[in-house]
Ligand binder design. Structure first.
Ligand SMILES: C[S@@+](CC[C@H](N)C(=O)[O-])C[C@H]1O[C@@H](n2cnc3c(N)ncnc32)[C@H](O)[C@@H]1O
Length: 289
């Protein structure tokens, strides 16, 4: 029988719990999860699916010891026997965005000859292609790379590296992918390697543009950033500083009614609006110097 043990807390704490669970249950191969459960309060759940012998001992104590969460705060839920992780992965349908097909390993057989395949396992980093912002960026990337091949590309906030992989597979030769989150950086490196583009995609941990590597590798012909409207506006001067003379910028993570504010912030830095792609409540913006 399997039991799902879980604990709830702020993101930083839940990430530490997840990492501790990963180390402790690595040999056992126990499926783990880290999910946002309350967006407004930024509360996350870390969980582990542990095998428990029939009528066997409760393992909440082990979960509490590994994570440091008080035993009384460890939740548990009995599950009928089945491979939960395989079920979650199988439930993730492939997503088509332009010529790109973003899919899990279980759907390799669905890739057509004309598709540009991006294989991503659902995991701890954002970017399975299911979100309108990711799909919007992929479509803009395709258009941009059909227009010209950038000398250097920056994917800021790479998550699963879905966009960096897409750009590299479409012909970009020098892609620097960054993320503030060390877990995303590790996942992004794995995904770049699994997709056969680690020679063209370098992944580094950095907040915004705050790294000498960014200055050394730039200026960039293409900067892609699917972050959020607030940080994008704050970073507008950095985008302008690291963009080449004929460079272009693809921005997403922006709600429809936030688009004008983001465009104003970038316009003030000399970056003009080229086009907007709307996917549901989200917009993806293309700008140029
Ligand atoms: C919405 S996800 C986008 C992931 C992927 N690029 C996609 O399009 O699906 C945003 C990512 O940006 C990262 N991030 C947020 N703020 C950042 C910052 N200031 N600098 C670098 N990365 C950041 C987050 O950790 C997260 O992985």
């Amino acid at each position: 029988m399997q039991v799902r043990y879980f604990a709830h807390g702020p993101k930083a704490e839940a990430e530490l719990w997840y990492q501790a669970l990963e180390t402790a249950f690595e040999d056992e191969g126990a499926p783990l999860g880290l999910t946002e459960i309350d967006e407004a309060r930024q509360i996350y759940e870390a969980c582990a699916y542990l095998d428990v012998a029939d009528g066997g001992a409760d393992r909440a104590g082990e979960f509490a010891e590994v994570t440091g969460v008080p035993l009384g705060e460890v939740g548990c839920e009995m599950l009928p026997d089945k491979d939960w992780m395989a079920e979650v992965l199988a439930g993730l349908k492939p997503v088509r965005a332009g010529r790109f097909l973003v899919h899990g390993g279980h759907d390799r057989g669905k890739v057509d000859a004309d598709d540009i395949s991006i294989e991503i396992e659902a995991g701890m980093a954002f970017g399975t292609g299911h979100h309108g912002t990711t799909a919007g960026c992929l479509m803009m990337i395709e258009e941009e790379l059909l227009r010209r091949t950038p000398r250097a590309t920056l994917d800021l906030g790479t998550g699963s590296a879905v966009l960096a992989i897409g750009a590299a597979k479409f012909g970009a030769i020098d892609v620097l992918a960054t993320d503030i989150d060390p877990v995303a950086v590790a996942v992004a490196r794995e995904n770049a390697s699994a997709n056969g583009v680690s020679d063209r995609v370098e992944v580094i941990e950095v907040t915004g543009f705050d790294s000498p590597t960014i200055a050394e590798r730039g200026p960039f012909d293409l900067i892609i950033a699917n972050v959020l409207a607030g940080p994008l506006k704050e970073m507008a001067p950095d985008f302008a500083a690291h963009l080449s003379e004929s460079g272009r910028v693809i921005l997403s993570g922006i709600l429809v009614d936030q688009g004008a504010g983001v465009l104003d912030a970038f316009d003030a830095e000399g970056l003009r609006h080229v086009k907007t792609l709307t996917m549901g409540e989200w917009v993806t913006l293309l700008l140029e110097r």
